[in-house]
Ligand binder design. Sequence first.
Ligand code: SF4
Length: 354
Amino acid sequence: MNHPAHKTPLNGLTYEQLVELCHRIGVKPVHAERLLASIFRRYNTDIGAITELPAALRNYLSECTSIFVPECTASQQAADGTQKLLLGMPDGKEVETVLIQGSGRLTQCISTQVGCAVGCTFCLTATAGLTRNLSAAEMVSEVFAGQHISGRKVRNLVLMGMGEPLHNYNAVAQFVRIATDPKGMAFSPNRVTLSTSGLVPAMYRMIDDELPCNLAVSLNATTDAVRERIMPINRKYPIAALMKAVRAYITARGNKRVLIEYVLLAGVNDSADDAVRLCELLDGLDCTVNLLPFNPFPGSDFKRPDDAIVTAFRSALASAGKVVVVRESKGREISAACGQLKTETKQQHLRTGG
Ligand code: SF4
């Protein structure tokens, strides 16, 4: 890993911060743009090789900064091309990232924390709790690793990996701004999606800050009783408060469509009554509903509903005029549940004393 602790990680800086750095060491701001393009467009990691920069700047950068690219400590590839990577961060902590092939475009699922504190009962990542937040540079480095390992351009970013992005608001906001900066990575804000379990105050902060990305909300239940059981965060921010924040977001963003995610758990939230209540909750809301049949992992208390139940649920929503898509978990055979590759690798290490 090329990330000496005393060096500033360049891939965590915004354009403004790079301009300030150039100013500090007496080189023209135009070099900040070249530097940004070289790092974030061409994913260059060797500062000494960026020959369009003045030698003074290159020397300074080589001495005082670094470009961090994480080590890939485990990987799995599914028949459909989905690739799951376990990435080692500078302190040895590991996070997962997933590369998903879809209609010619590569989508990368980004982790925002090592572990997660939200405690959703259907999620494997939740079982280990939260270890720490990731920095913006570490999130950018996940994209670097995705680009380098796939050898292809990542087109879409979804912040749906390990962690609750809005629990790590400042670093995530910095990452989103770096990712969507036209001078830098230049992802269209429409191609970056942040998914939250429903941290209502931080959703209002996203509105105030005009964070340039799409919003996805992990709803997963139609009554507070069920949602509290599977997502403890609902005790603090119940469904009514959450849906109010979603509506505020849509209004503030000029009717920007949101994504509603609904993990279907057999016998828990997949009844005909649930479908009716979900339609009521989403009444008049500009949204797409992603139905995600649960992908079981060893030791989980939940089951995937039968295909007939999934079809009936989808049809009920479609007949009510909702835009609804059933998303099968890509690469179901490769420990595709969030946190599963990390858990399996850890167990293997314990077994082998590694
Ligand atoms: S589903 Fe997301 S928010 Fe919930 S525990 Fe898992 S990682 Fe955290």
